[in-house]
Ligand binder design. Structure first.
Ligand code: URA
Length: 196
């Protein structure tokens, strides 16, 4: 089975998911989207209002900011696969709960296993927790690390943090761009090594 077929089956399994309370307030689960052969996977938090309406991750204001930051890091969104820690809409300003992350964790792992990225960038604390079971601060995890699976991981802030904290916004954006550049550098180095 190719990756597209595997992802279709995965999505079908979660179309009417009721593993957590978010199933009562979502329109439909918002599945990951992007290049199935992506070297880079980005994991956000959860679909917002726009994503819930559109059925695609990162199409709203955080998505626009993410697009800008990807461009600054010379990363092409068409070459990336983007998904979320949670499949379902979380109201703005409401914190994600651990039991929701646990309920969605197997789906995220299956998605990672299918896409097989070389590098994963997690955006925000829930994504860091979902990938590494770590509640450590993001700034301590911004240094790239190789996971036991061999995949490289870079943790960074969520773009929404820059929108919510206008005073620190520029600093947060600069940090995210720096971290996206680290991910690009790893991909470039791995490609160079493969060509040798
Ligand atoms: N924020 C996220 O974490 N994911 C989205 O898809 C949109 C906004």
């Amino acid at each position: 089975m190719n990756k597209a077929e595997q992802l279709t089956i995965l999505q079908q399994n979660y179309l009417s998911c009721g593993k957590c309370d978010l199933c009562h307030t979502r329109t439909a689960p918002v599945f990951g989207f992007g290049n199935l052969d992506a070297k880079l996977m980005i994991i956000g938090q959860s679909p917002g209002f726009e994503e819930d309406k559109a059925g695609r991750p990162f199409v709203g204001i955080s998505g626009k900011l993410l697009n800008y930051m990807l461009t600054q890091a010379k990363l092409d969104r068409l070459q990336i696969y983007i998904t979320n820690t949670l499949l379902c809409f979380v109201k703005p300003g409401v914190s994600v709960k651990d039991d929701q992350i646990m309920a969605c964790r197997n789906r995220l792992q299956e998605e990672i296993n299918i896409v097989k990225p070389k590098v994963i960038v997690t955006l925000g604390a829930p994504a860091l927790y979902a990938l590494c079971w770590s509640k450590d601060s993001i700034w301590r995890n911004r240094k790239p690390k190789q996971l036991s699976t061999g995949i490289w991981h870079v943790a960074t802030y969520h773009p929404a943090a820059a929108l919510y904290h206008a005073d620190k916004g520029k600093g947060i954006i600069d940090n995210i761009i720096t971290d996206l550049r680290k991910a690009k550098l790893i991909i470039d180095l791995l490609e160079k090594k493969n060509k040798k």
